[in-house]
Design a protein around this ligand. Structure first.
Ligand SMILES: Cc1ncc(COP(=O)(O)O)c(C=O)c1O
Length: 356
């Protein structure tokens, strides 16, 4: 903001061009990182939620059918639910108790009018990873578009949107890509055509009342969050310099440390994938006989440890894994968490469990 505090793509003055260059660099770098060959098909949004809304609203028409799962975040569930009221049929395939969605269940739900298969790559409640390669191939075979909510996996796992045949790829900047809050992306496959969710000023084709057809302008009405996008570029550069492998390795060790500690606490229920299964960082658990909200409150007020408790914007996930309605305590170690932090967290949990 101190150096380039103006909107990109509006004025032809030097500051405006400098802002546009930042946005262009970020777009190109993100497209390359995620295997999107045409960077103009990578749209900036302010969150994964906005990306999912653009995708769902822009693609579906009355009479279409969508296959999703019971493992979804409200960021996808609510737009799909809204579309139900507009004549779209939606099947939420039942997930397994460990949070996995079986490819054969997706296959069984497909119909001739299935226009979209939509699901999260990694669960924000249990860390369960879904087989997006196989599901994508299945969707393609049936002529359906494939939407991946990568909120919990972008920046955590290598993802090549082109190779995986993902038609609609939604991700936030503010999680695994270390960007400031209020940043997101939506990548569109080469054959995807959508109606825009928002229309208005794009800085291009100003004489026409029609929304431009050109990408990315078609989906980027209004002033972009240039400082956030600059932060997203810096976050991505951090990921590339550090290496996805190194980030994943460190986070994996911390996740294993948490899981081991939780299993050693008598009566603690740990949800999600079994030992050794590949997984993301979100770990959900409940202490024996304790309300998750109380545990979260004590962790915060007594130990200054921030965890999320309850339903985590994903009620159906809790119905699937058996933790509805109270939900779970969820802890998510990140790259900047240390082994000492986890030891402190586990000691705090033990004290809370022992005091009961
Ligand atoms: C799986 C999943 N999808 C979507 C979202 C929404 O992301 P955003 O906050 O960027 O809208 C989240 C956020 O936690 C998430 O975990």
């Amino acid at each position: 903001m101190r150096e380039v505090g103006v909107a990109p793509g509006r004025g032809g003055y030097q500051q405006g061009l400098a802002a546009a260059r930042i946005v262009f660099s970020a777009r190109s770098a993100l497209a390359e990182f995620f295997g999107v060959t045409d960077s103009s098909r990578l749209i900036f949004t302010h969150s994964a939620t906005e990306s999912l809304n653009i995708a769902v609203n822009g693609l579906l028409k009355p009479g279409d059918h969508v296959v999703s799962s019971t493992m979804e975040h409200n960021a996808l569930v609510r737009p799909l639910h809204l579309m139900r009221g507009r004549g779209v049929e939606v099947t939420f395939v039942q997930g397994q108790p460990d949070g996995s969605v079986r490819v054969e269940d997706i296959a069984a739900a497909l119909r001739p009018n299935t226009r979209l298969v939509a699901l999260a790559h990694c669960s924000n409640v249990t860390g369960t990873l879904q087989p997006i390669g196989e599901i994508g191939r299945l969707a393609r075979k049936c002529g359906a578009r494939f939407l991946v909510d990568a909120a919990q996996s972008a920046g955590y796992f290598p993802i090549d949107v082109g190779e995986l045949g993902i038609d609609l790829f939604a991700a936030p900047g503010h999680k695994g890509l270390f960007a400031p809050p209020g940043t997101g992306i939506l990548a569109l496959g080469p054959e995807v055509e959508l109606d825009p969710l928002l229309v208005g000023g794009t800085g291009s084709k100003a004489s026409s009342p029609e929304q431009p057809e050109e990408l990315p302008d078609r989906f980027e009405s209004g002033t972009l969050n240039t400082p956030g996008i600059a932060g997203l570029l810096a976050g991505l550069e951090f990921v590339k310099e550090t290496g996805l492998g190194q980030i994943a390795e460190k986070e994996h060790q911390l996740v294993e440390q948490v899981l081991e500690g939780l299993r050693a606490l008598p009566g603690t229920v740990v949800y999600g994938p079994g030992p050794g299964a590949p997984r993301g960082n979100a770990i959900s658990f409940n202490l024996a006989g304790q309300d998750p909200a109380t545990v979260g409150f004590l962790l915060d007020r007594t130990y200054e440890i921030s965890v999320r408790v309850g339903l985590h914007c994903a009620p159906d996930v809790h119905r699937t894994i058996g933790s509805y309605p109270a939900g779970t305590v969820r802890v998510s170690p990140g790259y900047f968490t240390s082994a000492q932090d986890i030891e402190y967290f586990l000691r705090a949990l033990k004290e809370i469990a022992d005091k009961r």
